[in-house]
Ligand binder design. Structure first.
Ligand code: 9LJ
Length: 232
């Protein structure tokens, strides 16, 4: 049984990523808002576009703290941000949904989201993903590294130097793998399960354009930044 050990450099890398991840979170907590009041489909859609717009802004700030990201080709940096923004939003939403809440709150939150305006066909795959993320009981370092691994996906559209991105992603995957072994010693397949969620995340993110277009209301308005990032 090989002894898994996180090196000093990997420890430092994990701290940089986790601190940046915790620093760059959206201030107002949408879950609290949703638990407080019931909103119309229009108000919920506006709330979503506001959340998603500020999410993109904090994502840009977060990536500046990923060691090596700023050394990538500038156009590749943009391609990675554009290619991962929707997945990062669903990953963040899943982490918010999976947070420990007072009993009964998660059920209320789920109900409010079910009734928010999203069309029926997307509710099940979305909550299946949220619950599968919840079952992993990730520690914050794992959440931060998983988001980083998602951002550093080499095969996003328009990435020119895929090898450079691959090298960065492999560095992060190595730390994440060791962390999983150390955090979940009884579950040798935990790391594989974690990566399997990224496949589910990519599938869910393919629906996002339809999810927005089918929001139960007319005249969907988007911010200029979202028009850039979401193919709407
Ligand atoms: N959280 C969060 C979050 C953080 C950054 C960016 C977007 C976020 N998501 C959001 O705000 C939306 C709200 C927006 C108002 C109407 C109801 C959904 N959201 C989504 C959801 C994201 C996308 C798409 Cl197409 C459908 C749903 N899954 C959520 C799960 C949660 F538990 C949660 F509280 C909020 C959640």
């Amino acid at each position: 049984k090989e002894k898994v050990e996180i090196t000093k450099e990997q420890q430092a890398l994990m701290k940089i990523i986790t601190d940046a991840y915790n620093r760059h979170q959206i201030p107002q907590d949408v879950a609290k808002k949703l638990l407080q009041d019931q909103y119309s489909a229009e108000e919920n859609f506006l709330l979503l576009t506001e959340m998603a717009t500020s999410q993109v802004q904090v994502l840009v700030e977060f990536t500046k703290n990923i060691p090596g990201f700023l050394s990538l080709d500038r156009e590749d940096q943009i391609a990675l941000l554009k290619g991962s923004a929707v997945e990062a939003m669903f990953l963040r939403s899943a982490q918010v949904f999976s947070r420990k809440m007072p009993s009964g709150h998660t059920e209320v939150l789920e109900e409010r989201i079910r009734k928010s305006g999203i069309s029926e066909e997307f509710i099940t795959p979305m909550f299946n993903f949220y619950k599968s993320i919840g079952e992993l009981h990730m520690v914050q370092e794992e959440q931060a590294l998983l988001t980083t691994v998602t951002i550093l996906t080499p095969d996003r559209p328009y990435v020119k130097d895929q090898q450079a991105v691959e090298r960065l992603q492999e560095t992060m995957l190595d730390v994440l793998r060791k962390l999983c072994v150390l955090q979940h010693p009884q579950e040798p397949q935990y790391f594989a399960r974690l990566l399997g969620r990224l496949t589910e995340l990519r599938t869910l993110s393919h629906y996002h354009t339809e999810m927005l277009a089918s929001w139960r209301m007319n005249d969907h308005k988007f911010t200029p930044l979202l028009c850039e990032i979401w193919d709407v």
